[in-house]
Design a protein around this ligand. Structure first.
Ligand code: GDP
Ligand code: MG
Length: 163
């Protein structure tokens, strides 16, 4: 079985854009509206010189537990709990939010190996963005711009060290 890497984060941080960059597909629905991707979406990342792995793009995790948002949150949690590695995606432009804090709390409970990935690093002060998320206490923090495909190769190297 191929290793499984889950993309987890609040709506609109760029999970689906990263999913597309990793799987080179247009399968994941990228949209300006938060919460557009509702279902788990699986794809395969097939790098040239490394072992393939499965990527799961989880829907945005909403704070409320009722209705569709609640169902989406449960899907995302289920995906994270079965993953070999979780990529916790945050938005370097918008910085920390209460929803990021909530997600981090349950990710810690899920206790899966987790990398913090700060997306949308294009056009932001990278040091300031890293400082913003320093209190999350991750040893390794990867800055990327999924839509510009910047940092994605470095991210892949970090992923392989952990699979
Ligand atoms: P998701 O809800 O987490 O799946 O986020 P999406 O992948 O749908 O992206 C949400 C929005 O952020 C879209 O308008 C993307 O084009 C935009 N976006 C994604 N990655 C980047 C990035 O690296 N830089 C910038 N500036 N925008 C991005
Ligand atoms: Mg999405």
């Amino acid at each position: 079985m191929l290793p499984l890497v889950a993309l987890v984060g609040r709506p609109n941080v760029g999970k689906s854009t990263l999913f597309n960059a990793l799987t080179r597909s247009r399968d994941a629905l990228v949209h300006d509206q938060p919460g557009v991707t509702r279902d788990r979406n699986y794809g395969v990342c097939r790098p040239e010189d490394q072992r393939s792995f499965v990527v799961v793009d989880t829907g945005g995790i909403a704070g409320e537990e009722e209705g569709l948002a609640g169902a989406t949150a449960r899907q995302a949690r289920a995906a994270a709990e079965e993953a070999d590695l979780v990529l916790f995606i945050v938005d370097g432009r918008e910085g920390r939010s209460a929803l990021d804090d909530d997600i981090l709390r349950w990710l810690r409970k899920a206790a899966r190996p987790t990398l913090l990935v700060i997306n949308k690093m294009d056009g932001v002060d990278e040091d300031a963005a890293r400082a913003e998320f320093a209190r999350y206490g991750f040893d390794d923090v990867i800055g990327i711009s999924a839509s510009h495909r910047q940092g994605v190769d470095d991210l892949l190297e970090e992923v392989y060290e952990r699979l």
